[in-house]
Design a protein around this ligand. Structure first.
Ligand SMILES: NC(=O)c1ccc[n+]([C@@H]2O[C@H](COP(=O)([O-])OP(=O)(O)OC[C@H]3O[C@@H](n4cnc5c(N)ncnc54)[C@H](O)[C@@H]3O)[C@@H](O)[C@H]2O)c1
Length: 390
């Protein structure tokens, strides 16, 4: 095979319970004069922002706290955040939250000193380097956005979600403190946890996967079944939170370097048109997409069935796909997640339009080991609409 591929991570990753306490010393190292703290109202209500502000108080630095981030952020919210943080003259961005807050924070840090940001937002120009340093702290497990080169925003005009991709979107430092996820609500824990699994399974089978990225995806898939139910049903179980933080983080590294595929391509139009949360959309679509796409990667399905301890299918490889799909589908009811698009308020009449939009997301479809036509995508949406697998 010809060609080469980079493998990227943030410059530094600090993982562990109590890692948050080291934030002040890390801020100091950057020599910042004014901090832009980007988060959301949910974290504010949970007392996390106040805790971080108190932690940073001994530094006697001005802190601009911006918590207007809403779930599934839009480009206009991003522009508003960049303007606020720029007008305030912040020279370090700290993003704390789930994927929504972290995506806004890392893009703000990357674009803070740029003129004509429209060109970057429309992807006419790629972001070559970060404007100011950026530290990210995830509070969900999760998107893995603290280790990815992507940031995803809703385009209100076209009613679609679009991703910006650049190594400049990696933070200078990712601080993963699993204790920060303890207050994460039950439904967000379930949806973001299955989202992390989606990253692992999709990147494991991705066209761009390599033995190096698969190491991360494999470990994430092995840990996931040990911790997901515990984290969802016993939110204060610190071991389960640590386990899920590893799942999210490992899957994020794999996603960042191998990319994801059709599940995400079909989820984006649902986020754009119906504002269905990313994790919920991915969790629901995953069994229906893999039922089709898994047929062309049976060897990997045998691996995945083993990682999930569903059985040894080496003698009957074709049976592995059914076992994996049934597991993915069973997760939905086990974790009280929606089991059909109908249940989420999606109109059946909009499915052809959603299929047409998904069929255009070549970046993700070309990374899927199955040639999905618009017609096939529509048939997947139709099955997901009714919530029935074979
Ligand atoms: N950049 C990437 O690589 C990447 C990957 C996947 C998804 N995403 C994006 O991430 C977003 C979804 O992120 P998410 O699933 O982490 O959810 P989120 O950031 O939208 O958060 C969901 C809700 O949970 C609350 N919350 C989060 N952590 C909490 C905590 N510890 N305590 C109390 N409340 C808490 C938030 O306040 C919010 O109301 C989407 O916009 C998606 O497109 C980005």
């Amino acid at each position: 095979m010809v060609g080469y591929q980079d493998f990227r991570m943030p410059e530094a990753v600090r993982f562990g319970v109590g890692a948050l306490q080291t934030l002040p010393e890390e801020v100091k190292k950057f020599g910042a004069k004014k901090i832009g703290l980007i988060s959301d109202k949910g974290l504010e209500a949970a007392g996390v922002i106040q805790m971080v502000a108190e932690l940073l108080q001994p530094l006697s630095l001005p802190i601009i706290t911006f918590t207007d981030i809403q779930g599934e952020p839009t480009f206009s919210l991003l522009e508003k955040t960049i303007k606020t943080i720029k007008d305030e003259g912040c020279d370090l961005v700290v993003g704390i939250g789930g994927g929504s807050a972290m995506d806004v924070a890392k893009t703000t840090a990357a674009l803070l000193n740029k003129k004509d940001i429209e060109d970057y937002l429309s992807s006419k120009k790629t972001i070559e380097e970060r404007g100011v340093p950026c530290i990210l702290l995830p509070t969900t497990s999760g998107t893995g956005a603290e280790v990815t080169m992507n940031a995803i925003f809703g385009d209100e005009v076209q009613e679609v979600k679009r991703g910006l991709v650049s190594p400049a979107l990696l933070p200078d430092l990712a601080i993963v403190d699993p204790a920060l996820t303890i207050s994460c609500p039950r439904r967000v824990t379930a949806a973001s946890g299955v989202d992390a699994f989606t990253h692992a399974i999709e990147s494991y089978v991705a066209v761009r996967s390599t033995p190096l990225t698969q190491i991360y995806a494999e470990k994430a898939m092995k840990l996931f079944p040990l911790y997901i139910s515990r984290a969802v049903n016993h939110g204060k179980d610190l071991d389960a939170r640590i386990g899920m933080s590893w799942v999210s983080h490992l899957a994020g590294v794999s996603l960042a370097n191998a990319g994801v595929g059709a599940v995400h391509a079909l989820a984006y139009p649902l986020g754009g048109k119906y504002h269905i949360e990313h994790g919920i959309a991915n969790a629901l679509l995953m069994p229906f997409v893999f039922e089709v796409t898994g047929t062309t990667c049976i060897d990997q399905m045998v691996d995945i069935a083993a990682f999930l301890r569903l059985g040894d299918y080496r003698q009957h490889p074709n049976d592995s796909l059914g076992a994996v799909v049934r597991y993915l589908y069973s997760l939905l009811s086990e974790l009280d997640l929606p089991t059909s698009l109908k249940e989420l308020g999606v109109e059946e009449s909009s499915l052809p339009m959603l299929a047409a939009q998904a069929a255009k997301i070549d970046r993700l479809l070309s990374n899927t080991p199955y040639n999905l036509t618009e017609r096939k995508i529509l048939s997947i949406y139709q099955k997901a609409y009714n919530g029935m697998i074979n």
